[in-house]
Design a protein around this ligand. Structure first.
Ligand SMILES: NC(=O)c1ccc[n+]([C@@H]2O[C@H](COP(=O)([O-])OP(=O)(O)OC[C@H]3O[C@@H](n4cnc5c(N)ncnc54)[C@H](O)[C@@H]3O)[C@@H](O)[C@H]2O)c1
Length: 390
């Protein structure tokens, strides 16, 4: 491809990520934007130029022959429809996580990409977070021996603002927050542990936000902006009129390589970060903070008590744009891959398995924690993507 001419479906909100791709002097330019909220258009015209094509109908954007790359940054419940249409139109697609809200949706996206030979890239930007990359490097270098178990605790202080005021609060739009938010972490756990979940079980509940009395009017769009003054969580105001997703979820995974992993998510913590620890046959690693200034500690000698310092410490810094530092790095990787191919850190197959594991766990937590098998992916599709999409 010569110039990458980019269209963004869902130009507001996360669509701002396309700013990282708008580098006219380096051969990539945002030329079209779609959003169902026309108020977004002034903002994107200011960012990308007055001649930007704007539309409220994604089909009009996809019909443009001058667009060869599409970012799909709409809400989760739109991903399947928008990604399938963009791939059918022959565009190279950057698709935000989670890939879709059902396994069937993911597999339809994968089949469409293969059928039309359209490039599909999944926006799992945590694979570009410096602290996570450092943990992956330490594991690959054998610093903790063979990985046997990994645990993630996910504290979401902004949960009440970001997930219980708009579309995120309803199962119909997300399946549940264990999938919506946890898709990142299930993917990271799979990546660090070198396998995919085979069987999962989970427990969860709507423990706090269901009891908050202040609700917005059904007809008014929810405002999901973080406000530190909304504390403690019971003082939240203008939550969604309908909340049927959980605010606490806990999931156990047995991976196909025998590793056991766990993930815990809570939406009413005072602080916000993810804490991973991975334990192998010869040591343990753990991250402290996950964006900005982070420390990854390694313990690989023995003690019979608490040892906060570890044997070695690795400091990582942000320095690469927003959202944990992954934004600029992941978009640069996507653009390079569209142009010239080569290896990439994210994977459509892995994204699909994070959705499949999240869906199975959500089923488990809503059905008495009964263990659930994760839906397998047909071999032909898996090998197509694992061998680099043709
Ligand atoms: N990787 C990350 O770190 C990260 C961070 C934030 C959001 N996300 C993902 O990005 C997606 C969008 O999240 P968000 O918080 O920006 O949501 P949002 O509600 O702000 O939606 C994004 C934009 O899409 C527009 N939109 C909604 N429906 C549309 C439609 N049918 N056609 C065209 N435009 C439409 C909205 O008006 C909005 O401007 C989600 O899937 C979310 O999981 C990922």
């Amino acid at each position: 491809m010569d110039e990458l001419r980019i269209g963004v479906i869902g130009a507001g909100g996360r669509g701002g990520l396309a700013n990282e791709a708008h580098k006219p002097d380096q051969g990539s330019r945002v030329v079209a934007a779609c959003d169902i909220r026309p108020e977004v258009f002034d903002h994107v015209r200011a960012a990308y130029g007055a001649d930007l094509f704007v539309t409220e109908d994604y089909r009009a954007l996809l019909a443009r022959k001058d667009v060869n790359v599409v970012f799909v940054t709409t809400p989760d419940y739109c991903h399947e429809e928008h990604a399938v249409a963009a791939l059918e139109a022959g565009k190279a697609v950057y698709l935000e996580k989670p890939m879709a809200i059902t396994v069937e949706g993911c597999d339809r996206i994968l089949r469409t990409a293969r059928k039309h030979r359209s490039k599909l890239y999944l926006g799992h930007n945590m694979r570009h977070f410096a602290a996570i990359v450092k943990m992956k490097e330490l594991i690959a270098a054998g610093r903790i021996g063979q990985v046997k178990t990994a645990w993630c605790r996910h504290f979401v202080s902004y949960g009440g603002d970001a997930y219980f005021k708009d579309w995120h609060s309803e199962r119909a739009n997300t399946t549940g927050l264990l999938l919506q938010k946890g898709a990142h972490d299930i993917d990271v756990l799979h990546w660090l542990c070198g396998g995919y979940s085979k069987t999962v079980t989970a427990m969860g509940d709507l423990m706090v936000y269901g009891q908050v009395p202040s609700r917005r009017d059904e007809a008014v769009r929810g405002v999901a902006a973080f406000n530190a003054a909304n504390w403690p969580p019971m003082n939240q105001t203008l939550l969604s009129p309908r909340i049927d997703v959980e605010d606490v979820s806990m999931m156990l995974m047995r991976l196909d390589n025998g590793v056991l992993a766990s993930y815990q998510q809570c939406h009413f913590t005072p602080d916000a970060w993810r804490n991973y620890t991975v334990i192998g046959t010869e040591g343990r690693i753990e991250n402290f903070n996950d964006s900005g200034h982070c420390v990854v500690k390694l313990w690989n000698s023995r003690a019979d008590g608490y040892r906060p310092d570890g044997d070695e410490e690795f400091v990582t810094e942000l320095g690469m744009g927003g959202h944990g530092g992954g934004g600029a790095s992941i978009v640069a990787e996507f653009l390079r891959w569209v142009r010239v191919g080569g290896s990439i850190a994210t994977s459509p197959v892995a994204a699909r398995f994070s959705v499949a594991a999240g869906c199975a766990a959500t089923r488990s937590l809503r059905n008495g924690s009964v263990p659930q098998d994760v839906a397998p992916l047909e071999g032909g599709l898996r090998s197509w993507f694992e061998s680099g999409q043709g």
